[in-house]
Write a protein that binds this ligand. Structure first.
Ligand code: SF4
Length: 426
């Protein structure tokens, strides 16, 4: 049977076509954080079809453990054996050595999305069993799926009784491993006693998270998690320690949320600002850059580039618009960014590529490939930009030097384009 696409297609109306899939299944964001927790052995409840792609990607991201799943093909889904088979998979997971947590991930398929929580055990052996509902195609992006999974775990395991850790901060966001260490070092100089990074590897961090003195979302898409901390009356620090102005404002906000010594906070914040300003001066960026990706952190990167002197007319991201990301959008628009696109498609990015003639492009693989074909320096946002230090002055130095090196290679990209364009090589 053939499917007919309506004749009034987007292209015939002069709009960008939105019919092509833009990402693989967003649920891998959830699985990624659930599998990385030590002592966690996820069970997946969904159509077996989902399992193939998701387990592959989870291993690709270094989970180093198998996801257990009942075989649920169409016949099993229709026969109503889902609860029994999921319970059986939970029992197998509980026998894994050191198992302390079994997240049961129910995905899009209607029969498993409606898995009744009361039919699952809450504990088995030494392990907590936590139902994590991830209706992937309704969540839209893998960063937001991380938020959904983390919120489900915190909701169940977070313990807000007992003594508060009033001088402890939760840093919220999966970041380059050196970043939390650098942030922790600077915060301790202001009087912070400890930091917890979520999503992380320790179950204990999930338990003690509600008792901290402040939550600092480093990434702007943890909506459900942030709402949960607000419900525990934990103050939320806006912004992120990005660039000279962003880092200064963020350190002052942490100080005020935790009631730290204002003079000491001011001293540390000013030192950090001076350091950042000297890096900006030493490594200015000149050129027009498009920042596109699907990590949900694109606006923060664009902000750093603009602060360093780059022109960033266009930023796009896979996450939806939200009050958490609005300050960065306003900051960028006030400094010349013309378009900020949420829930972007590859086609949106292609229109921007034609429109703005950039000197450098950060984007998804297909977008970066198209730019390279045109002789424009281009990098894959996820693996080449988002995978290096970024926060505070140290992260800023690493990111800016990488970008300047890439901009300096523009002639090579043009040479490559000419090389492959020669008819004898076609
Ligand atoms: S049905 Fe849902 S969970 Fe399964 S692969 Fe598709 S989007 Fe992902």
């Amino acid at each position: 049977m053939t499917t007919t696409i309506p004749l009034h297609s987007a292209q015939s109306e002069g709009k960008t076509c939105q019919l092509h899939p833009q990402s693989m299944c967003p649920a891998f964001g959830s699985l990624r954080i659930l599998t990385r927790i030590e002592g966690s052995h996820p069970v997946m409840a969904t159509d077996t079809g989902c399992l193939y792609g998701l387990t592959f990607v989870t291993h690709f991201y270094g989970a180093r453990k198998s996801i257990l799943a009942a075989h649920l093909g169409t016949a099993e889904l229709m026969s109503g054996e889902i609860v029994e088979s999921t319970r059986a998979a939970i029992e197998v997971a509980a026998q894994e050595p050191g198992c302390q947590l079994i997240p049961v991930v129910s995905l899009c398929v209607a029969e498993t999305a409606g898995l009744p929580e009361e039919m699952l055990p809450k504990r088995i052996g030494d392990a907590e069993v936590v139902l994590v509902r991830v209706p992937a195609y309704a969540i839209h992006s893998h960063p937001e799926a991380k938020d959904v999974a983390l919120a489900a775990l915190l909701n169940r395991l977070g313990d807000n009784q007992g003594a508060k850790d009033a001088k402890t901060v939760v840093l919220l966001g999966e970041v380059f491993p050196a970043d939390p260490l650098a942030i922790d070092g600077v915060l301790r100089r202001m009087g912070v006693e400890a930091t917890i990074t979520l999503p992380g590897r320790a179950i204990e961090d999930l338990r003690r998270a509600p008792r901290v003195g402040a939550l600092a979302p480093l990434h702007p898409f943890y909506k459900e998690t942030t709402a949960l901390f607000r419900s525990w009356q934990v103050p939320v620090v806006g912004g992120a320690p990005v660039g000279a102005t962003g880092s200064y404002a963020w350190l002052k906000s942490v100080g005020s949320a935790l009631n730290l010594d204002p003079a000491l906070v001011n001293q540390v914040a000013e030192e950090e600002r001076e350091l950042a300003q000297s890096i900006l001066k030493a490594q200015p960026i000149s050129g027009r850059i498009l920042v596109t990706g699907y990590e949900g952190t694109e606006l923060a990167y664009a902000r750093l580039l603009v602060e360093a002197g780059a022109e960033v007319p266009y930023v796009s991201t896979s996450i939806g618009a939200d009050p958490l990301v609005l300050p960065d959008e306003m900051w960028l628009r006030a400094r010349g960014t013309k378009e900020v696109v949420y829930r972007k498609s590859l086609e949106d990015d292609m229109v921007a590529l034609n429109k703005y003639s950039p000197d450098l492009v950060f984007g998804t693989t297909p977008f970066a490939s198209e730019a390279k074909k045109r002789g424009i320096p281009a990098m894959y946002f996820t693996n080449q930009l988002a995978s290096r230090p970024f926060f505070l002055s140290g992260g800023m130095a690493a990111t800016l030097s990488f970008i300047n090196q890439t901009l300096g290679r523009s002639e090579r990209y043009q040479w490559m384009q000419e090389f492959f364009a020669e008819p004898s090589r076609a």
